[in-house]
Design a protein around this ligand. Sequence first.
Ligand code: EPU
Length: 445
Amino acid sequence: MDKFIINGGVQLEGTISVSGSKNATLPIAVAAAILADSASVIHNVPNLRDVETLCAVLEVLGATTKYKNSTLYIEPISRLVHEAPYDLVRKMRASIYVLGPLIARLGRAKVSFPGGCAIGPRPIDLHIKGLERLGAKIQIIGGYIVAEADGLVGAEMLLRGQYGSSVGATANVMMAATLAEGTTIIRSAAREPHVSDLARFLNAMGANIEGIGTSVLKIHGVKQLRGTEYAVVSDDVETGTFMVAGAITKGDIFVKNAVPENLTAISEKLTEAGVQLDWEDDGVRVTTPRQLQAVDVRTDTFPGFPTDMQAQMMGFLSVTPGISIITETIHTDRFIHVGELNRMGADIQVDQNSAVIRGVPRLNGAPVMASDLRAGAVLVLAGMAAEGETTVSRVYHIDRGYESIEKKLASIGADIIRVNDYGDRRRFPYHEPQYLLVHHTPHRR
Ligand code: EPU
């Protein structure tokens, strides 16, 4: 298992590029593989473990996938398999995205029931409710979701749970509804940038979706969808993470491919804390010319502050003077990073779904462990701001969602290296192993 060794205290300087969105790529790849009847070419696909895992799931279902230089080529075959086994689904919750499309395309699906994960229980009742409203008959048998449908029919539904709208349920039902008979209306639909990107991709395949970017999606069913060529939107969470990297190291960086309308809540909170953001056509310059100050943050569904940026923001606020409070309303147990930040000298106390952060003058390097993707990202940020050496272990969590993060950060001055189990140290630039593809050409949408 690889580790990162980070020597903190360097002010980052230069241009860092954002890759395509992980959370848009995953359902887009599923739609291309299962819903379309011909091949798709998808550009700006990040080189990530989660994308690799999803492609393995799609291959088991009968699709062919090929990834090179940020482009994913997907060929659906006519005789798709309807079963997604436990061994694959357990590796990544997003595998649940195959459920709706399989029911729509094949009239049946058997998908392993995804379990909880480090950030909480993560139920799928809204996915099931929505697909049942379209006419699917769904049972849970032996740890599997077993679904059957004799043709899906459009319906009106409210996809809202205790924690608000659901990204996954909206995407799953929207994909299934594209091939249903008649019109589906999803009220309280998730509006996250990756949901809108999926909708745009589906329309490019021939679907008829109205209301993209709003909380009411109207999907008029069509007979068939064809493959298409498309470029995935930039990753808003990677962008936010880099913006925090600039701020926490008091650097002067330009985050290229940042899309302002997808980052309003993050930008607003950083600005309120005293960070200077200067937007240009192709990105944003991040500097900290003023005294920073504490801010309160409450996570919410889009356009609110994203839960996927909560940990990174907490890292930043842990070294920002004053007392900040972060309230997590989406994944209410998502505080596993607090213990690790406190090991580095932060002063953070959790009370139910809120964290009280008393800004300290500095963090101290320490051995720490990534426990999930974003909890791992904040440890890299904290390590860059800390005095001395930080070792972040279990970086495979970070590799799930950040493309070559250490290379990108090293290219703007961070002192970070990847070390494998055998102690081989790799400082950027290093020779890439075969499976990593580095010739990334970001697309600005
Ligand atoms: N929820 C339900 N019932 C459901 C579905 C969700 O109660 O049927 C609850 C969840 O437990 C949670 C809230 O609703 O409290 C929101 O969950 P949502 O369905 O929106 O999350 P998701 O689709 O499972 C996606 C992202 C997550 C991100 C959330 C929230 C992907 C692949 N994953 O998950 O991303 O945190 O939306 O924005 O898109 C990450 O990238 O680090 C990550 C965890």
